[in-house]
Design a protein around this ligand. Structure first.
Ligand code: ADP
Ligand code: MG
Ligand code: MG
Length: 249
């Protein structure tokens, strides 16, 4: 589904990704871990096509297509979706409108018409219940005053409504208490199927008890320096990243 090869990316003239390789197959969930400033957010931002990143060499292909030749909207239409990491607060715009507009944009790209209001409300209520979110959430202005946990639930809600083929979730466990963590994990697990993939950045092994990834990658200094299964997260939890730094050097 996604193949990243020897990717080099600079931000404001500084090289952040320094030859990153990553392959994600359909049906897989991959977790990226690594110290602050390693380039984790940069990776998903570049894949999604955010501004401000200069790809100096390397390739990204998605379902055989050259992602770097695709506009941001084309990437979204092709099913690649990055959840907001630090969602901007847009005072006055209700959450429900944003969700509906995003869904209708997706439907339009698929040649479907706007979703009828009753159908939309049915869908959204079902997903809200699944995420253990209150319906009043819909009427709140987008992320205005949302707690960390609410923002994350909202991000997963968006994923459940839009059903991307490649869901990218940055800092998925930041600011979550145990209960919210379980709900977020439940949401991500429900996204899993043989046609979809998930790329998520996590800091804690704890999350991986609830979402068991197919692969874990350690991103350090702009490269994937180690990949493994769930046991790698336990090793990292116990030993931190320093031993890898030495091993890689
Ligand atoms: P991570 O998500 O792993 O913590 P990031 O991808 O956010 O790391 O950042 C990697 C490096 O790139 C950091 O040193 C950060 O300071 C730098 N960086 C990221 N975005 C910008 C930006 N817009 N302008 C300048 N430097 C940036
Ligand atoms: Mg290189
Ligand atoms: Mg980050």
């Amino acid at each position: 589904m996604l193949v990243v090869k020897d990717l080099h990316v600079s931000v404001e003239g500084k090289e952040i990704l320094k030859g990153l390789d990553l392959t994600i197959n359909k049906g897989e969930v991959h977790a990226i871990m690594g110290p602050n400033g390693a380039g984790k957010s940069t990776l998903s931002s570049v894949i999604a096509g955010k501004d401000g990143y200069e790809v100096t060499s390397g390739t990204i292909t998605y379902e055989g297509e050259d992602v770097l030749e695709m506009e941001v909207e084309e990437r979204a239409r092709a099913g690649m979706l990055l959840g907001f990491q630090y969602p901007v607060e847009i005072p006055g715009v209700k959450n429900v409108y944003l969700l509906k507009a995003a869904l209708n944009a997706k439907r339009e790209a698929e040649g479907l018409g706007e979703i009828p209001a009753p159908e939309f409300m049915k869908l959204i209520r079902e997903k809200l219940a699944f995420m253990q979110m209150d319906a009043s959430f819909l009427q709140r202005a987008v992320n205005e005053g949302f707690s960390g946990g609410e923002k994350k639930r909202n991000e997963i809600l968006q994923m459940l409504v839009l059903e991307p083929k490649l869901a990218m979730l940055d800092e998925i466990d930041s600011g979550l208490d145990i209960d919210a963590l379980k709900v977020v994990a439940k949401g991500v697990n429900s996204l899993r199927n043989e046609d979809r993939a998930v790329l998520m950045v996590t800091h804690y092994q704890r999350l991986l008890e609830h979402i068991v990834p197919d692969q874990i990658h350690v991103l350090m200094d702009g490269r994937i320096v180690k990949s493994g299964d769930k046991s790698l997260a336990l090793e990292l939890e116990a030993q931190g990243y320093d031993w890898l730094q030495e091993e890689t050097a």
